[in-house]
Design a protein around this ligand. Structure first.
Ligand code: PGA
Length: 257
């Protein structure tokens, strides 16, 4: 089987105006504009996507959104369709982030509909899954994550499943400075892969699984050296272009380990 090409994706969350996004793109391309060892993705707020499309066009950096509607178009005030995202040159979309599950009450049913629609619209979903601290301390982390994977990827063909990217993000590690140990992250990513194998057999080996939660320039190499971790979804540490470039370079070192 061909080796899975790693992905380092920045999730800007609700940060950066259009002019800040433009400055960032220029600085990022100066530092990592010609790397090929990992795929770099910036998942930006909707308002910055058009500017980033112009700045990043023809570059190695891919563009992503952080959410989308489960409908293609219609009377859904305030929603954004996947068609609008592909029109802005997005190739990725983050779906089911824990902040949306918890704060916006998104359900597995909503997320499953979005994953299916993203795929049929030509977008690559980055599906986020992960347990909270109570669930981890109660020894239920793997069961919780398995359940999310099974429900959110229900009804996909093997060919569709192969195009999904999964981000394992333990909720207690997001924005807290507490990273899961690289071994715990590896164990969960391996657990996710075995769940996928149960659903779709050998296709599981093609699916890219990222780790997210307080990933920093100084812990990325160790995470990347693990066999089932194919990259990272990075929040806070993606906001500064110099720091994010350093993280990308360290990720490449980790892959080589
Ligand atoms: P963090 O966020 O890197 O700031 O912990 C990760 C995420 O929420 O995707």
């Amino acid at each position: 089987m061909a080796k899975r090409h790693p992905i380092i994706a920045g999730n800007w969350k609700m940060y950066k105006t259009v002019s800040e996004a433009r400055d960032y793109a220029v600085k990022l391309l100066e530092k990592v504009g010609d790397i090929t060892e990992v795929d770099v993705v910036i998942c930006a707020p909707f308002t910055a996507l058009s500017t980033l499309k112009d700045e990043l066009e023809e570059s190695i950096v891919h563009l992503g959104a952080q959410n989308m509607s489960w409908a293609l178009e219609g009377a859904y005030t305030g929603e954004i369709s996947p068609k609008m995202l592909t029109d802005l040159a997005c190739t990725y979309v983050v779906l089911g982030h824990s902040e949306r599950r918890e704060l916006m009450r998104e359900t597995d049913e909503d997320i499953a509909k979005k994953v299916k629609l993203a795929l049929s619209s030509g977008l690559i979903p980055i599906l986020c899954v992960g347990e909270n601290l109570t669930q981890r301390e109660g020894g239920r982390a793997l069961g919780i994550v398995r359940g999310q994977v099974e429900r959110d990827l229900a009804d996909l063909s093997a060919e569709e499943l192969a195009r999904v990217v999964i981000a394992y993000e333990p909720i207690w590690a997001i924005g807290t400075g507490k990273t899961a140990s690289s071994q715990d992250a590896q164990d969960m990513c391996a657990g996710i892969r075995s769940t996928l194998a149960g659903i779709a057999g050998s296709v599981a080996d093609e699916v890219k699984i990222l780790y997210g939660g307080s990933v920093k320039p100084d812990n990325i190499a160790e995470l990347m050296s693990k066999p089932d971790i194919d990259g990272a979804l990075v929040g806070g540490a993606s906001l500064d272009p110099d720091g994010f470039s350093k993280l990308i370079m360290n990720a490449i070192e980790g892959v080589r380990k």
